[in-house]
Design a protein around this ligand. Structure first.
Ligand SMILES: Nc1ncnc2c1ncn2[C@@H]1O[C@H](COP(=O)(O)OP(=O)(O)O)[C@@H](O)[C@H]1O
Ligand SMILES: [Mg+2]
Length: 466
């Protein structure tokens, strides 16, 4: 037994020293080994040409005789390993490692090793990483554009009390993390306000995730909102998928048309709002999610509560701040401002010059009932820009639906004095608009409006424009 053991050790020693030599002297590495006195004990063959010395001449000499620039003696003193340092040796950059060697707590030597003889290879690697990083940046930005929010408070216009009040409340909401419900007819700017609240709050650099409660098919709602684990159901993605709540982590989740959410889903939403935890379909570990909740509805949720279509307990949760947006027909005084702003905005996209609006056309716009609110006004501004041929946007550039309803209303129910007021206001707006567009050049403004310069002066005086 003892004999075979000794034999084994002997064999192992022989094999090991060959293996060790092969390892230390391999052509891919340049190694120098010194003892605690700085005497060279090993020099790999690859180092011979570099230091221009045969290994048998090197061994036994002090390391400074072989390499005057050596810092291995520092390693003996400090006992600290240094990996990946750049060192210039004989005019060439090398990436090296200096490693102290310990035995029973004492430093018995140090090794110096060239890790990369060709740092340009590292540069190549570095360049590749840099390319990957810039690609990653690009995708992050893309993702941000589709998930981040696009509008801010600067995009919200309107001087009317109702809009100013809504804006002030939204600004206040942006400073908190409370749940917000935005109510208003379709096209009144609910989504715009939700974006602005996210954008002005502390979560602005995080995702803004929109969920349209009306458009997700019932059987997909859960997997869309909560995500699912791999193989959770037939047809599920192999890797699983995060849900909208997970995507909104640290950011904002915006539930549009919350009034269209089925009752069964309302219970689940309530639980998430209470627990701030989401469990993927087919998963076992709930994840904590930190999100801000904003929702919007164009339906009267209070009415839905009394008819049993909306849960009262959920309403309490989501109704911490309630912002009501006015329909456009209730803020007629803002219509010229909106219309001119939409024209200016769209003229860039459509590459069309901005034009002032003829007073009678503006009066008509202020008179129409706008069932589609700001969205409809914007569409009509776009249409007008496209079809308009002259220097002004005229009645003929407005669609029949606007002309007919408004004209009918004029004929039967509008007292003349009110019509005059509307016309006067529209004229004032048109003049102010033309002056602004021309940088207060009255001659140019008169030309734009198609009136004589003296006519313009008279009208400016009449309207108190200086
Ligand atoms: N106060 C406002 N200022 C500027 N643009 C507005 C305003 N309100 C609505 N809009 C514009 O009207 C359109 C419809 O708004 P949106 O937020 O989608 O309405 P909703 O979500 O209520 O249907 C968008 O183009 C939006 O930018
Ligand atoms: Mg909307």
């Amino acid at each position: 037994m003892k004999k075979s053991q000794d034999q084994k050790i002997q064999l192992l020693k022989e094999v090991t020293s060959e293996l060790l030599f092969g390892l230390l002297d391999n052509p891919n590495e340049s190694l120098i080994l010194i003892d605690s006195n700085g005497i060279v004990r090993f020099l790999s063959s690859t180092n011979e040409s570099f230091f221009q010395i045969k290994w048998e001449d090197a061994i036994g000499r002090h390391v400074t005789e072989i390499n005057p620039d050596t810092e291995l003696l520092e390693t003996l003193k400090s006992g600290k390993a240094e990996i990946g340092r750049v060192m210039t040796m004989r005019g060439r950059d090398r990436i090296i490692a200096r490693i102290p060697i310990f035995h029973e707590g004492e430093i018995i030597g140090a090794a110096g090793k060239v890790m990369f003889a060709h740092p340009e290879k590292i540069k190549e690697l570095y360049n590749r990483i840099e390319t990957l990083e810039s690609n990653l940046d690009y995708y992050k930005k893309e993702l941000y554009q589709s998930f981040g929010s696009r509008y801010s408070f600067d995009n919200i216009i309107g001087q009317s009390d109702a809009i100013q009040k809504a804006k002030a409340m939204a600004l206040q909401a942006a400073r908190t993390d409370s749940a917000v419900i935005i109510s208003g007819e379709s096209g009144t700017g609910k989504e715009l306000f939700a974006h602005a609240i996210h954008q002005a709050g502390r979560r602005s650099d995080q995702n803004f995730i929109r969920v349209n409660s009306a458009s997700i098919p019932g059987e997909l709602i859960e997997s869309e909102l909560f995500g699912y684990e791999a193989g959770a159901f037939t047809g599920a993605d192999k890797k699983g998928k995060p849900g909208k709540f997970e995507l909104a982590d640290k950011g904002t989740i915006f539930f549009d048309e919350i009034g269209d959410m089925p009752l069964g889903m309302q219970v689940k939403l309530l639980r998430i709002l209470q627990e701030k935890e989401v469990e993927r379909v087919g998963g076992r570990n709930p994840r904590e999610i930190d999100f801000r909740f904003i929702c919007a509805s164009n339906r009267n949720v209070e009415k839905m509560i009394s008819s049993g279509e909306f849960r009262l307990d959920l309403y309490y949760r989501i109704n911490v701040m309630n912002i009501a947006l006015p329909p456009l027909r209730s803020i007629k005084e803002d219509i010229p401002l909106f219309f001119n702003e939409f024209l200016t905005d769209l003229s860039c996209d459509l590459k069309k010059p901005v034009k002032p609006v003829a007073p009678d056309a503006m009066a008509l716009l202020q008179h129409y009932a706008w069932p589609g609110n700001m969205r409809e006004l914007r569409n009509i501004a776009e249409r007008a820009l496209i079809v308009s041929r002259g220097d002004l946007i005229t009645l003929n550039d407005l669609p029949p639906v606007v002309r007919e309803t408004a004209e009918a209303a004029y004929d039967c129910s509008q007292p003349l004095s009110m019509l005059k007021d509307i016309m006067a206001e529209a004229e004032k707006q048109a003049i102010a608009g033309a002056l602004e567009l021309t940088g207060n050049n009255r001659a140019a403004a008169a030309k734009m409006l198609g009136i004589h310069r003296t006519g313009l002066y008279q009208k400016m005086k009449k309207h108190g424009i200086v």
